[in-house]
Design a protein around this ligand. Structure first.
Ligand code: AMP
Length: 436
């Protein structure tokens, strides 16, 4: 046996899993279409500089970065947002706003592999650029909810926070950007004590520490009550008060849309990526403690890439994690089951006829495999049975003389001579029985 293995953190998707991945991908495309997001396909390899520019330390240190043969420092993309930002700052520079852009594909991060965490993984990514209005944030929440509904998840919740609230406090306390980002990263990992210690060491006031301590405790699904308490807690921090008002406006719009979104507000919630400026989101199911999606508002990123000031909000959904969530909740794939057929010639001289009949069936949208192992009928049928094929079409000399084939229903174990002209009708006629 060969000793070749897949590289650590990389995985193969066998047909059933690949089908589930593509099913989810198809749903993300459907949502993109329904919400008016145009798909863009960007390169897997980008310049290291672009990808490193605003990624948080977490992502930056885990990039697959290398010099190409032309001595360019490049990396495999760890996220989509820098590529989209690059396009908005260049190719789309003079196009009218807003942009609604969608991408789906593989990303690469040298993360420690574990359940639901790989070094190559797939995301669908939605970016709404050009608007700083709360209705844009509400749209990202609504489309995420639509996607979770569309794949059939039974129970999930959107965890919501607002980095503007925390940033407002740190700005007023004159914490520099580096310290602010470090504190936010600690908060992202829920290491609140270390975060508070760092704030203290950076010379923040007693009021600041008290405010942060109170904020960290504010969370739950009564989102309006919590937002109100957040407002009271940050009194005196002007930017934070404005951030809470923004959060309220978004929550109100989602509520008025009458989309039943199960939200949980968490005032101490931060995300690892450095570029967020407003609302931040993550999606969870009760059965998993890792997020199946995440995103937020980032209003300064495009400027950083040399583009015109373009406020933006976006979200990425982890396709493997949605698949895992579906497995955990026993959600079946809603796929249109097609009848499948195996065509078997009774002897070598009829191979050509078998191929012709197979093609005739495919032209009529029936899925067909042709026996290619040179097996005798009984063996071929045994294999077809094992793989749950619906019908066998046995191509024999006697039947062909009468423009007919032997059609065997593998489930019912019945067979009849059927005219070739009637074959498709017979196969398609009976409903497919699934799960027997
Ligand atoms: P991020 O780009 O870090 O905001 O992540 C957005 C979503 O991508 C997460 O909520 C996960 O669903 C998914 N994701 C991130 N990292 C990984 C990984 N290493 N393996 C699988 N999925 C991931």
């Amino acid at each position: 046996m060969s000793t070749f293995k897949s590289v650590r953190g990389m995985r193969d998707f066998m047909p059933d899993e690949a089908k589930a991945m593509r099913f989810i991908e198809a749903k993300t495309r459907k949502i993109a279409e329904l919400y008016g997001y145009g798909e863009i396909i960007t390169p897997v390899v980008e310049s290291y500089e672009l990808l490193a520019a605003k990624a948080g330390e977490e992502v930056r240190l885990r990039m697959y970065a290398f010099k190409d043969l032309g001595e360019r420092m490049v990396a495999l993309r760890p996220e989509f947002t820098p590529s989209v930002a690059r396009l908005v700052a260049t190719t789309l520079r003079n196009e009218p706003r807003p942009f609604r852009l969608f991408c789906v594909g593989s990303l690469y991060r040298y993360d420690e592999p574990q359940q639901g965490r790989y070094r190559e993984f797939w995301q669908s990514n939605f970016e709404l650029m050009g608007s700083n209005k709360p209705e844009a944030d509400a749209e990202i929440i609504m489309l995420t909810n639509s996607l979770m509904e569309a794949v059939g998840l039974k129970k999930y919740a959107l965890k919501v926070g607002h980095v503007g609230v925390l940033r407002g406090i740190f700005n007023q306390e004159k914490l520099n950007e580096k310290a602010t980002n470090q504190v936010m990263q600690l908060m992202d990992k829920k290491e609140y004590d270390d975060a508070l210690q760092m704030v203290k060491e950076a010379g923040a006031s007693k009021k600041c520490l008290e405010t942060l301590q109170k904020l960290v405790g504010l969370k739950g699904d009564r989102v309006f009550d919590i937002a109100e308490k957040m407002g009271e807690t940050v009194e005196g921090y002007e930017q934070s008060v404005a951030a809470v008002e923004n959060l309220m406006a978004i929550l109100r719009l989602v509520s008025e849309s009458e989309c039943k979104v199960n939200m949980r507000l968490d005032a101490g919630f931060a995300r690892g990526l450095e570029y967020y400026t407003g609302i931040i989101l993550e999606i969870y199911i009760p059965e998993l403690d890792i997020a199946i999606g995440g995103g937020g508002r980032y209003d300064k990123l495009i400027e950083l890439f040399g583009g015109e000031s373009t406020p933006a909000v976006g979200i990425a959904h982890g396709i493997e994690r949605i698949m895992l969530a579906m497995q955990k909740q026993n959600v079946p794939l809603q796929t249109e089951e097609k009848k499948n057929v195996m065509v078997v010639p009774t002897k070598d001289e009829l191979k050509g006829e078998a191929l012709k009949i197979a093609q005739m069936l495919r032209d009529a949208n029936v899925a067909v495999e042709v026996e290619v192992m040179g097996r005798k009928i009984a063996k071929a049928l045994e294999d077809a049975n094992r793989r749950k094929v619906d019908y066998a079409v046995i191509v024999g000399e006697r039947e062909l003389k009468e423009d007919a084939v032997m059609l065997r229903d593998l489930l019912k174990r019945e067979q009849n001579v059927v005219k070739i002209a009637k074959m498709v009708e017979k196969i398609k006629g009976s409903p497919k029985i699934v799960g027997t």
